[in-house]
Design a protein around this ligand. Structure first.
Ligand code: EPU
Length: 440
């Protein structure tokens, strides 16, 4: 299987791109389509490994789910026949635990494997399970089988306040509440644009969901009525990757379909770094000027600087004039790329975090006696050299590709199927910007 890139870096990358659909909206929308009693058509679904695997998982449950055009997926949930999610399929796709919602609505009980940890930290689902229980759903974890066993005796009802916000947790509780009893209120929810997109999709189908900042109110309805093909939003994480990629090589990019408000603080940070940012009605331009200023960032949920952006930002900052820091507050282990970048000569070191109230500051479940490394310091500008790099997680993967595109000469990046979990047509898009990249 071809799982590496050969990248010949050192060229200035420039050009115009159309963004693909957002991975983190597509996955949830496909799962939400299983809440209907009729065919659902979703547009702008990226052809990425995560989507392909989710479609396979859904088919393993009996439902039909296929691409019927380049980026159009048709889901027919009426064939949904199994209430137990296969361990092998689920282990490949973390969002699989969101199947609780359609499976409980269809079968009243279901078996869903523990999604477990992954390469960006422990990633427990304790808040999500608490939320389900608050809505009256019985959930038990069977450590012998590795499955959560859930039962919904009555329609969900009640109120839940997240201790700390969770993106997919908010989405799952919304999906569970769509057919709930009376008014369900969820508080301290996440505010990611992908959540708004999910609400828009469900509301177009006669759901009654109101969201004001972190508070979501859901009036239960009897069923969802598919109205017309729903188009999901462009991928803001993909936008950030291509912006960092072109700027890090001293180039520029125009993005045709970016909603700039979904990357507001990122655009602000770019301006502070000295990047030319021009937001027009139909497109947005980001261009390197003479040099980059070092800018510190701290990750947090939307509208903050998103955790998914910091690995790309780190590479950009290797080209800035001076020292900058990144403080990761959302996940407890999202610096897998640091050692790899150091192989190319990047000057990055971990610095001790002396924060006064870590339990509140961090969005993961902070443990007092555990050692955390949440801050890095990057010293620029550095002329990166070529090397052989290994991808450990999706966003880190994009960062390594960016670094290889800066380095003068030929580098190898291994494990690109991980990058392709979330980036559609990566090779084609990089080539369109003038990059030399080949999959081997
Ligand atoms: N958390 C818990 N308990 C829970 C839920 C979350 O401790 O019950 C912790 C997480 O471990 C994390 C923090 O809370 O430290 C925030 O997690 P959240 O639940 O918000 O993240 P997520 O829903 O698992 C989604 C995206 C991530 C993105 C984050 C932040 C999807 C499929 N994934 O993850 O995207 O980084 O929100 O916006 O939507 C990616 O695309 O590569 C990716 C990892």
């Amino acid at each position: 299987m071809e799982d590496s890139f050969i990248i010949k870096g050192g060229k200035k990358l420039t050009g115009t791109l159309e963004l693909s659909g957002a991975k983190n909206a597509a996955l949830k929308m496909i799962i939400a389509a299983l809440l209907y009693n009729e065919k659902v058509i979703l547009e702008n679904i990226p052809r990425i490994n995560d989507v392909t695997e989710l479609l396979q998982l859904i088919k393993s449950l009996g439902a039909k789910a296929d691409f019927i055009d380049k980026n159009v997926v048709e889901i027919n949930p009426t064939y949904l026949a199994k209430n137990k999610v296969d361990l092998l399929f689920a282990s490949k796709i973390r969002a699989s635990f969101m199947l609780f919602a359609p499976l409980l609505h269809k079968f009243a009980n279901c078996f869903v494997p523990n999604p477990g940890g992954c390469r960006i930290g422990a990633r427990p689902i304790d808040r999500i399970v608490d939320g389900m229980k608050s809505l009256g759903i019985e959930v038990k974890y069977n450590s012998r089988t590795g499955y959560y066993e859930a039962k919904m005796v009555n329609k969900p009802k009640g109120h839940y306040q997240f201790v700390k916000p969770s993106h997919t947790g908010t989405e799952l509780l919304i999906m569970l509440s769509v057919f709930g009893k009376d008014k369900i209120v969820l508080e301290n929810c996440a505010n990611e644009p992908e959540i708004d997109n999910l609400i828009e999709f469900l509301n177009e189908s006669r759901a009654k969901i109101k969201k004001i900042d972190g508070r979501v109110e859901i009036e239960g309805v009897d069923k969802l009525k598919f109205n017309k093909p729903f188009k999901i939003i462009p991928d803001r994480n993909e936008a950030v990757t291509y912006i960092c990629l072109t700027l890090a090589t001293g180039g520029y990019i125009t993005l045709n379909n970016l909603s700039v408000d979904t990357i507001g603080i990122f655009a602000e940070k770019l301006k502070q770094a000295g990047v030319e940012v021009k937001i027009n009605k139909d497109n947005s331009y980001f261009g390197y000027v003479n040099s980059l200023k070092p800018i510190n960032v701290e990750t947090s949920p939307h509208p903050g600087f998103m955790t998914d952006w910091q690995p790309n930002w780190a590479v950009l900052m290797t080209q800035a004039q001076g020292k900058s820091t990144i403080h990761e507050r959302v996940f407890e282990n999202r610096f897998s790329y640091v050692e790899e970048l150091k192989k190319l000569g990047a000057k990055i070191k971990f610095v001790e975090s002396k924060v006064s109230d870590p339990e509140n500051l961090y969005f993961f479940n902070y443990k007092k006696n555990k050692k955390y490394s949440q801050i890095i310091e990057i010293e620029g500008p550095v002329k990166l050299h070529t090397g052989a790099l290994n991808i450990a997680d999706l966003r880190a993967g994009a960062s390594l590709a960016i670094a290889a595109l800066i380095a003068n000469g030929e580098s190898i990046v291994n494990g690109v199927s991980i990058l392709e979990r979330g980036y559609e047509d990566f090779v084609e898009k990089v080539r369109k910007l003038g990059g030399e990249i080949k999959k081997i």
